[in-house]
Design a protein around this ligand. Structure first.
Ligand code: SF4
Length: 372
């Protein structure tokens, strides 16, 4: 059923509180810098956004507080307390730094923090091609995870996958499991921000990595993908197009996973009921630290600025893109695909490669026979 477009509410709303960060990771979408940039939203302005969200009709989005390093935002505890006082579900995505200490975790847990996400892109601190600043070490990630888990906070690991680390994915998986973490959010590189100089996977590798990820529920891992929506299509119909989903990279990742985790895939029960994407996932909205509003942090298609226009108005002016599942706006192969509603292709990749957020995802090799 077509929703009225003005009713669209994202499942997740990202609030980028600052671009300041002590690190300069190679793939940083935010192009972080040591100090806050000029004109960043103040905590009072961020609270006003929260007030607008509270007035949304129906279900409200989960708020993800992000940065830069959100720990460097003056007044961050005040903002968290405010969000908590409004009864909104929220999670944090800080840089793994010494600022995320026990006192802060304890404070956030008492405020009702639901989950925290930490980034890990390489199984060693100093591996060639590691995207992260070396101070952002595996030990530190482990330490923060332990504190969070002890405080009853769910922890997930985020990994950006690109040409330089694709063979390391099983090693990263092993580390995540050793931390007692069972949610892994895998971001497929979009060349934006500082990531503009990094190399994407090719389409064959993209399909095979998604196929390998779809197997990981058999290892007790709940995988979600970002800019890899074909994952959902593969989960739905695993038997479709095995010639596309399997190949040398899939075989290599599967064998290495077996070697590192000591389990045969076929010995495990297939698909945990909790695996896959969030149910009823409607999409995201991203509010940058200067008030610019985008569909996501990786889709830099400017929808407006929160300082000039109300959030609801920005949404209703862009529902063709934000509510693409219902708006009929997606073109080409994705627009005609039977997987449109569960996949739809990466809008960020379409925008990056084709300059059109409504274009087909250029990385997908599926051809859905049902679409002819
Ligand atoms: S053609 Fe587009 S909608 Fe269909 S599976 Fe591929 S990316 Fe998804």
């Amino acid at each position: 059923m077509l929703t009225t477009l003005k009713d669209w509410v994202p499942s997740i709303l990202f609030l980028e509180t600052t671009r300041a960060c002590e690190y300069t990771c190679l793939h940083c979408r935010a192009e972080s810098q040591p100090n806050p940039s000029d004109g960043e939203l103040t905590v009072e302005e961020l609270k006003s956004i929260v007030d607008e969200i509270v007035e949304f009709d129906g279900e409200r989005p989960e708020i993800v507080i992000t940065g830069g390093n959100l720990m460097l935002k003056p007044g961050i505890r005040d903002l968290i307390s405010y969000i908590s006082s409004k009864g909104l579900k929220f999670s944090l995505s800080p840089a793994a730094s010494l600022l995320v200490d026990y006192d802060f975790i304890n404070f956030a847990a008492n405020a009702g923090l639901s989950s925290i996400s930490l980034s890990l892109d390489f199984p060693t601190d100093n591996g060639a091609g590691n995207l992260r600043d070396p101070r952002h070490s595996i030990d530190l990630i482990r330490q923060i995870s332990e504190m969070a888990i002890k405080s009853g906070i769910r922890v997930q690991i985020n990994t950006t996958v690109y040409e330089g680390n694709v063979n390391e994915l099983p090693g990263i998986l092993k580390i995540i499991k050793s931390m007692g973490i069972s949610t892994w959010e895998v971001f497929f590189l979009i060349r934006t921000g500082r990531a503009i100089g990094l190399n994407d996977l090719g389409p064959k590798e993209y399909m095979q990595v998604n196929s390998w990820l779809a197997d990981l529920s058999r290892y007790g891992m709940n995988v979600r993908t970002v800019e890899g929506p074909v994952f959902r299509a593969i989960k739905a119909i695993r038997s479709i197009s095995p010639e596309i989903l399997e190949g040398p990279l899939y075989d290599k990742l599967s064998e290495e996973t077996h070697r590192l985790l000591g389990m045969k895939v076929e010995d495990r029960k297939p698909d945990l009921p909790t695996s896959g994407q969030r149910s009823q996932f409607r999409g995201t909205l991203f509010i940058g630290s200067n008030g610019n509003v985008y569909p996501s942090g990786l889709l830099t298609y400017l929808a407006g600025n929160i300082r000039n226009v109300k959030l609801k108005e920005i949404i209703s002016n862009h529902t063709d893109l934000l509510d693409w599942k219902n708006s009929g706006s997606i073109k080409g192969k994705c627009g005609n695909c039977g997987f449109l509603r569960i996949c739809g292709g990466s809008r960020a990749r379409a925008y990056t490669y084709e300059g059109d957020p409504f274009a087909s995802d250029p990385m997908c090799l599926f051809f859905d026979p049902r679409s002819t």
